[in-house]
Design a protein around this ligand. Structure first.
Ligand code: THG
Length: 368
């Protein structure tokens, strides 16, 4: 099967597009209506760089939703399940967003830039529309827009050395999710200690897309002596680490789930004022979730990475869970996956993979 997906006006290019093509990107996915590199054709090398060296990823499709104005803080409080009261300027927070039924609709990283200025660094769903709609309907004095901001992630155990070479020793003092407005030879950006891996690293939020190729080249040059190479948000590492992937682990339109089901229940704070989904989530919390996110191990020989929502069945063939993503992990010496399992599911479970019955076992996240 060979086919191509055209690049047209409905999916935008990242400002790093030319640079990633130059570095040999082999596959794109789409995310927030943009193209995002999926891989560069060498999964083993890309994984190894993330685990043992340093990798650079075009994550410009993690779009920023900017909220400014006198009611910006109040709107943020109303949008998220977490209490933002103690958040300081220069601090990021992981903030689940729910709809009125309590379903997760996104899990952004929030950046508090100023008392009246915030960014939501979003996963794949239309949060700018949601935010401006909610703000306007509530009569709030806010402005919501998508600024010209394009994150570039530098991840892996040697990421700090590269970032120190580029920006200086002060970056060592950045706390996890902490960020600072700075520039690189005049290129404006916000530097944050964050990123979608458990291997440590930084994200450069470029604030002027015309410098995309130039910034990519500067990071690549500084990383050369540390063995930097291109990559993309790494599915195998995130399975091993148990990071949530909105879209793969749950998505409103495919597999709606609430924060208690997806493992973000500790980020729901009922002691703050009203927020979207509060009443529904209180009811869910009182009744107890009927399923929860879990790891799975899958018996048998190595499987190929998939993100397919396979039904997890009991011995009678009843569906009691979902295996949403799985891969073979050398680090775990076996097949691992994540998904959902019903609270009352029995221990003897299986999936049908490639026309074959495979036993699966519930496992605790993270795997390693
Ligand atoms: N960086 C930035 N924006 C993003 C992501 C990112 N937007 C989309 C997507 N990723 C949002 N999803 C996540 C999911 C998990 C984490 C960050 C963003 C994460 N989780 C830590 C964990 O689970 O251990 C810490 C969570 C916490 O503080 O409680 O880092 O990667 N800019």
């Amino acid at each position: 099967m060979t086919f191509s997906i055209g690049i047209g006006p409905n999916n935008r290019k990242s400002c790093y597009f030319d640079a990633t093509v130059g570095d040999g990107v082999k596959s794109f996915s789409t995310y927030n209506h943009m193209f995002i590199p999926a891989h560069f054709g060498d999964p083993a090398a890309e994984y190894d760089r993330l685990m043992n060296g340093v990798a650079m990823w075009d994550v410009a499709a993690q779009r920023q939703v900017e909220i400014t104005g006198p009611d910006a803080g109040a709107l943020i409080q109303y949008l998220t399940t977490r209490d933002m009261g103690s958040t300081k300027i220069g601090q990021g927070r992981y903030v689940p967003l729910c709809d009125h039924a309590g379903n997760l609709i996104n899990d952004p990283v929030l950046l508090k830039l100023d008392d009246n200025r915030f960014w939501l660094s979003i996963a794949d769903s239309d949060i700018a529309l949601w935010t401006s709609g909610i703000g306007a309907e509530r009569g709030m004095d806010v402005r919501v827009c998508e600024p010209d901001v394009s994150p570039l992630a530098v991840q892996g155990p040697k990421a700090e050395a590269v970032i120190v070479d580029l920006f200086g020793d002060w970056v060592r003092d950045l706390k996890y999710f902490g960020f600072k407005q700075t520039d690189l030879d005049g290129i404006p950006l916000i530097l944050a200690r964050s990123g979608w891996s458990k291997q440590g690293g930084f994200e450069l939020y470029l604030q002027d897309s015309k410098h995309g190729s130039n910034l990519w080249a500067k990071v690549k040059a500084a990383g050369q002596s540390h063995g930097i190479g291109p990559g993309a948000p790494n599915d195998l590492e995130r399975l091993e680490s148990g990071l949530v992937s909105y879209g793969a682990d749950g998505r409103l339109q495919v597999n709606p789930c609430n924060p208690f089901e997806i493992g973000l229940g500790t980020l729901v704070d009922f002691d703050k004022g009203d927020f979207i989904g509060k009443a529904a989530l209180k009811k869910i919390a009182a009744e107890g979730p009927r399923r929860h996110r879990t790891g799975f191990t899958i018996d048998g020989g190595p499987i190929l990475h998939f993100e397919d929502n396979l039904p997890v069945m009991d011995t009678r063939g009843a569906t009691v869970g979902i295996l949403s993503e799985a891969a073979y992990s050398t680090r775990c010496n076996g097949n691992i996956g994540v998904g959902m399992v019903n609270t009352d599911a029995p221990a003897d479970l299986h999936v049908t993979y490639d026309n074959e019955t495979r036993q699966v076992h519930v496992a605790t996240l993270p795997f390693c």
